[in-house]
Design a protein around this ligand. Sequence first.
Ligand code: NAD
Length: 361
Amino acid sequence: MPDSLLPAGINRVLVTGGAGFIGGAVVRRLLTGSDALVFNLDKCGYASDLASIEALPESKGRHQLLQLDLADTEATAAAVQQADPDLVMHLAAESHVDRSIDGPGAFISSNVNGTFSLLQAVRRHWEGLSEERRSRFRFHHISTDEVFGSLGATGRFSETTPYDPRSPYSASKAASDHLVNAWHHTYGLPVVLTNCSNNYGPWQFPEKLIPVVILKAIAGEPIPLYGDGANVRDWLFVEDHVDALLLAATRGQLGQSYCVGGHGERSNREVVETICQLLDERWPEGAPHARLITRVADRPGHDRRYAIDPARISAELGWEPRHDFSSGLAVTVDWYLQNQEWCRSVRQRAGYSGERIGTRA
Ligand code: NAD
């Protein structure tokens, strides 16, 4: 297959967090759209699953799982040595705000200490490369718009927005962004960062808003809506995020960050109601599903609004999302309807049955 995704000389890619939702989509794209060897460093935690990758014929011989915790510095150094990468895409992180409220320690361990450990290992690797490989090498850190805090009714986040994280999750991601920038400025490590808005799509562990709502609705259970339901997120279909990540990783300016968002601002209430309408057509036995919407106590410290101005990535790298929220959501609802067995099995393996978390503050 012609190698259209990756520039010449990028033959070995280390993806961290590739057993998760977005990392899995990155790994699948690399396997199907390039000839690279893909090393997938993941601790294989509660939200991980490799089924979507292992089902691909391209994974045979080109995908290698390196199962370890990034907080283990020695194991991380050995894994980076083994992968011997030309490109690192760092997605591994604890990623659920609600879980960060109940147990912030895991977020510091993975997102802060884990990133530190990876940076040190990658720095040693990069310093030891031949001049030719060293000149091509890149470290891409994948982050979130949540590091910028909470917006009022107007305005959008951009690359110059000051950091103002407000949850243990976003604070740990902000810390990791600062570490990555520091390794660039202090040691010269060639880094690129991206800060993306909320993702949705197939294969997302069913603990986050969109899959939770779909599964609650088809089970005929109350659909929880936090607070007044007016919190706004800027939704992006995961495959559009993968397009942006591969552009930034391979063509983004070194030392630069790119904000990624799909012009998909919706209040939580709008998201939940739209899912209910889609299900009324596709799963009519429970209709109208909106009768199940139930207001519950708000998330402690719930950021009010996120919105991204993606002008830089659009102008510099030509990125545009290919899905609007309606089309991406319809694909997602159909996927969850067709993959209820997968949802049951990953939830069972994780010991999670859809209960509310993140109320301990
Ligand atoms: P996810 O929870 O689905 O997957 C994360 C993966 O990282 C899991 O497989 C987990 O086992 C692995 N991991 C966590 N800690 C690790 C550690 N210490 N060592 C090794 N592996 C570890 O998360 P996701 O939604 O795919 O998010 C991926 C990345 O994208 C994260 O860095 C997240 O902050 C960022 N991001 C996510 C979103 C979103 O909406 N999901 C939006 C913007 C940015």
